[in-house]
Design a protein. Structure first.
Ligand code: HEC
Ligand code: HEC
Length: 388
């Protein structure tokens, strides 16, 4: 009996000793984690980005890299300077369905401010409800894009604006016809006169006014901006960790860098589905260089929570799905990597910057929490009165 009792005592003492050691180490770990987070918070919200931890970058990414931060001021080109009157004319044209052949479809039909300046559809529908093959891009912060469209086929906003007017699946018209229709609308005379000095309507003026308006569509201050300016309390620990992961372990900044969260380069992240019915050779269609097959313009990530579904084909319905895809190193199905396009064999070669990241579920959630801090409060946009 005595023996049994002493055994019980020994077991009890051992267990409580082990337990004590274990909880001590957990406590130590928790303490270390808390002080690591406090230190990160202090550095990132110091108001001085030179104090931030060093980013994890590939050497090949450096030439196009500048750290994430605030959006710089908008630059207007010399041959199309800003004026309030020009932007108002541009906004009016942007909302005017008379630029389309059917008088039914305006730029704002697919780029709706209430839907993050895109349409939140997988593919847009335009003339006669025909579906396009690409996901509508938001025009928010488009002033910072160096080329336009997923494949960069337009070099400036001035050049871009006539493309949807002409596209038979979008507005199905012609810029000359559209300009002719606008010239017949009396109410436009004053708007053109104020914007350009006289009431002449030309396609060049239409393009310039729309472009000037689009450049003004810019994000307001996001929580990310407030945090890096020194407002340390606006980020939760998860958002803070997400920011740190974005700059380090997850290596997103190899491509999504600068205040615009894009380096404006073309990259292949394994989304082109070459060889399937849904294939899109992307940048190749513009350059005809086989090395560009499957590359798309790196999109900026400000406001990204408002612009889903995501990717050039709207194939990803949640941001978790996007981040999981990156975490797995963007696997491409071997049968969806090669195609014969107009007699040329094209093979998708994924960028060396995308690789197996093996992020934990917690890290994936933290990255997503961070992406949410990049959205600003949507502004209320009042549609302009259409001139008669
Ligand atoms: C039927 C829907 C539709 C209409 C109408 C439409 N767009 Fe778009 N817009 C799109 C789609 C889809 C894309 C992406 C196409 C691509 O990359 O090939 C796009 C891309 C853009 C881009 C490029 C953004 C970037 O970041 O590169 C701009 C700018 C733009 N549209 C402006 C306009 C203007 C201006 C008009 C009116 C003259 C207009 N859009 C009419 C669907 C539309
Ligand atoms: C190799 C360059 C590269 C890296 C690294 C990269 N991205 Fe991307 N990202 C792209 C390109 C290119 C696209 C557009 C692909 C497409 O449309 O098919 C994209 C698209 C996205 C989109 C969808 C945006 C939209 O408007 O549809 C999100 C969100 C995104 N990336 C987040 C991330 C995150 C988070 C990381 C880090 C885990 C990351 N990216 C790493 C190049 C990159």
């Amino acid at each position: 009996m005595k023996n049994v009792l002493s055994w019980i005592l020994i077991v009890f003492l051992t267990v409580s000793l082990l337990n004590n050691c274990f909880s001590n180490s957990v406590r130590k770990e928790t303490k270390e984690r808390i002080s690591f987070l406090a230190r990160l918070r202090e550095l990132y919200s110091s108001g001085d980005s030179s104090k931030w931890p060093k980013p994890v970058l590939d050497p090949e990414a450096r030439p196009y890299f500048s750290d994430i931060g605030h959006l710089p001021d908008i630059q207007f080109p010399k041959d199309n300077p800003y004026s309030e009157d020009k932007a108002l004319l541009g906004k009016t044209l942007f909302y005017d369905p008379r630029l389309s052949k059917s008088d039914q479809i305006a730029c704002a039909s697919c780029h709706d401010p209430e839907l993050g300046w895109c349409d939140n559809r997988t593919f847009s529908f335009g003339h006669n409800r025909q579906l396009g093959t690409r996901n509508a891009m938001s025009i928010l912060n488009v002033a910072y894009a160096r080329t336009l469209f997923w494949d960069g086929r337009a070099a400036s906003l001035e050049e871009q604006s006539e493309m949807p007017i002409r596209d038979e699946r979008e507005m199905n018209g012609h810029i000359d016809l559209a300009a002719g229709k606008i010239a017949k609308i009396k109410g436009y005379e004053l708007l053109f006169e104020r914007a350009f000095g006289d009431k002449t309507v030309s396609k060049d003026r239409i393009a310039k006014a729309i472009a000037a308006f689009e450049r003004t569509v810019r994000s307001g201050t996001s929580r990310f901006d407030q945090f890096i300016d020194g407002n340390a309390a606006v980020f939760s620990d998860d958002e803070l960790m997400g920011l740190h992961l974005f700059r380090t372990k997850a290596q997103c900044m190899n491509c999504h860098s600068s205040g615009y969260f894009s380096n404006n380069q073309f990259e292949n992240v394994g989304t082109s589905l070459l060889g399937s019915k849904e294939e899109d050779p992307g940048r190749y269609l513009v350059t005809k260089n086989p090395a560009d097959a499957g590359k798309f313009r790196v999109p900026g990530l400000r406001e990204v929570t408002r612009t889903g579904p995501w990717m050039h084909n709207g194939s990803m319905k949640t941001l978790t799905e996007v981040i999981r895809f990156y975490s797995r190193g963007n696997p491409e199905h071997s049968q969806k990597r090669t195609t014969i396009h107009e007699g040329i064999t094209l093979t998708s070669e994924k960028s060396g910057f995308v690789r197996l990241l093996e992020l934990t579920d917690e890290e994936i959630a933290q990255l997503e929490a961070f992406l949410h801090t990049l959205s600003s409060k949507p502004e209320t946009v009042i549609p302009p009165a259409l001139p008669q």
